[in-house]
Write a protein that binds this ligand. Structure first.
Ligand SMILES: [Zn+2]
Ligand SMILES: [Zn+2]
Length: 267
């Protein structure tokens, strides 16, 4: 009953939201989908907002914060993030219902306990008001979320390589992006150190950082225009196999769907 559970409700520029918890309660990482679909997905698991200890927000881009207003103020779920991200949320055009009593501030590199979970925010390089990833500890298990990041810094690498499970961005294929129809400024924004992580960047990092603790890699935030799930998967599989790491044997690799709920993983 109290095993670790993970489910993606959606992953990408149309909206990001992940559940991490157990059979009776848990946390959300980001709330970038509509409040109704988030609730529907929770109810599929036999849960509701009253079973959510908090929403942990990575940054204030619309695809990560769309539903924080109603979840925080109407459903009374605490919304945790850094002071700067909260300021960005208050200014954001896409958050019509502003946060008051549900606003909870956290500091980077400090671990807080919510229910049975310990959560640590760490800095990532991206172009929102402020940007963090999260490591969630539950019993002996560690699950790290690193989405929307231009590169894997030492600090991010340390969190990821000490985790059993991870959600890691594989946003774009470099060739698809460069040959695609995006205007130059947007291409430059994506490839910048404050942009997004490519399949090659994710793969190279994973091939260097892989260790036996890492059991499950979920690739997230795949671009609709500049990536394909099979391409992200095989690119990263190839990087891992150059280090004799067998996907499906040594480590499980999953690409998270942009629009659809993933299966429920129970670890
Ligand atoms: Zn995003
Ligand atoms: Zn972003």
């Amino acid at each position: 009953m109290d095993k670790l559970r993970f489910q993606s409700f959606g992953s990408g520029s149309s909206g990001n939201c992940y559940f991490i918890g157990n059979a009776s309660n848990g946390l959300l990482i980001d709330a970038g989908l509509g409040v109704r679909s988030i609730r529907k997905n929770l109810r599929n698991m036999g849960l509701d907002f009253e079973n959510i200890w908090g929403v942990f927000v990575t940054h204030d881009h619309a695809d990560h914060i769309k539903a924080v207003g109603p979840i925080g103020e109407k459903h009374r779920v605490p919304i945790y993030t850094t002071r700067k991200v909260h300021e960005g949320i208050q200014r954001s055009y896409c958050v019509t219902e502003k946060l008051y009593s549900s606003r909870k501030y956290i500091e980077k590199n400090e671990t807080i306990e919510v229910g049975e979970f310990k959560v640590t925010a760490f800095p990532v390089s991206h172009d929102a008001t402020d940007n963090v990833g999260y490591t969630v500890e539950y019993k002996e298990k560690r699950f790290t979320f690193a989405t929307d990041l231009g590169f894997v810094s030492e600090e991010v690498a340390e969190h990821l390589s000490k985790s059993d499970y991870m959600v890691l961005e594989a946003n774009y294929d470099e060739q698809m992006l460069m040959q695609g129809s995006y205007p130059a400024y947007l291409k430059n924004r994506i490839i910048a150190k404050t942009g997004h992580l490519s399949n090659d960047q994710a793969g190279l990092f994973l091939s260097e950082a892989y260790n036996e603790r890492i059991k499950h890699i979920f690739l997230c935030h795949l671009s609709r225009e500049n990536n394909l799930p099979e391409l992200a998967y095989t690119t990263i599989q190839n990087y891992l196999e150059t280090k004799k790491v067998k996907v499906g044997v040594d480590v499980q690799l999953v690409t998270l769907d942009r629009m659809n709920i993933s299966e429920l993983y129970i670890f």
